[in-house]
Design a binder for this molecule. Sequence first.
Ligand SMILES: Cc1ncc(COP(=O)(O)O)c(C=O)c1O
Length: 462
Amino acid sequence: MIQDLQLSGGDGPVYRRLADAIAARIASGVLSVGDRLPPQREIAQSLGINVTTVTRAFSTLQERGLIDARPGRGMLVAEQKSDGGSGFISAPSDEAGVVDLSINRPATDAYLDAFTALLPRLAKNRHYAAIQDYHPAEGPVWARSAVAEWLKPVAGDGDPGRVVLTIGAQHALDCVLSAVAQKGDVILADEVTYQGINALCRSHGIELRGLAMDKGGLRPDAFEAACAQWRPRAIFLVPSLHNPTTITLTEERRRDIVEIARRHNVLIIEDDVYRPLLDNPPPSFASIEPELTVYIGGFSKCVAPGLRFGFVIGPRFMMGQVAAALRINCWSVNPMAALIATVLLEEGTANGIIEAQKHELSQRQLILTEMLGGFDLQTDSTSTHAWLRLPEPWRGAGFARTCLQRGVGVLPGDAFAVGREPVQHGVRINIGAARSREDLRRALKTMRELLEAGHLQIPGFV
Ligand SMILES: Cc1ncc(COP(=O)(O)O)c(C=O)c1O
């Protein structure tokens, strides 16, 4: 049954390879519902690995709903339940056989390892007692100081009084919109951009208008014309490793945009969540024009999305409003997340994790180039994602659908469109999302075959 169990091949962490090997046995019927898995110690011994690794593999399988703990009986293979149409859309997909490249997340378990090492020491931390209390809306000052110090050269001059902590960057964006815009206001953005802004503007009653882009990103002439036409309150930009196109605005283009924003008194909302992944990022908008820029960042793309840690750094006069908005929707961030982030920042571990992410991403980018380099690919050597402009006759949605039928999840350009104007026929590929380099290579191979075939030559196409 499981006596001859071997780790699945590949370069992923051992616990995940073990989980995958057991999952494969369940999928193939070698293990069936109600079968008992051997004790963790036994598996560890026979594979020559740590018991904690087996524990982690078991937790992963429990999360996937494949096994259940039964008191007195150990771990049993669980009955496969469909979720009964609960109405939740969960991502990333853990569906067997699907390599989900539709979610933008970091590529390694470096955070998990760092957190596991940190956990036994956490109770000794000088701020530990703070985890049981309420805190000011802007978050505990020691955590804001750690963020302010980390981002000193980028935004806020190291002043914790200009930092508000949030539950991730999407939450930051929500609080910023509440603070700076009103129903009926116009906000500008790239014609394709991070989808989260679309949904937020809709729920705030804000009109979001898309602006033309070229290969360098937002076109300043389009911004200038939109300022004259719509008198926008703000412009939303993802200037470093833009989502979904990966474009990083050059310093020159940033300065052109700032000059227009100054003349028309337009606030710049700088969503810079991907900046830590860049080797030599250009100066931020927040450093070029601190009085007109609200800077948003977070750990999701460079450390781990599960920590749900983000922040806003802006002009002092605005931060009270941002904190007031945050107080209304969640009172303040979870101090546990703030404490973990603070320790990672103060001990330099956050930077170490970022370096590990960049290294893994650079290796995956090489695979991407090897597999799809012959197509019109826009990317960057340490980006979590890439933008593929599709060759004729493919359109974004059709290509994404066909990829999914072959077990690969990607998002089409339409998903990022602001408004209903036609957008480039492209898809975003999240190379960080694959569980291993091998999975990534396999998924990219499938995509390459489709691109080479052209959809009309695929059997069964209707
Ligand atoms: C540009 C941008 N901003 C914000 C977010 C949301 O980040 P968080 O997980 O911190 O809420 C994303 C996630 O894809 C993003 O791409």
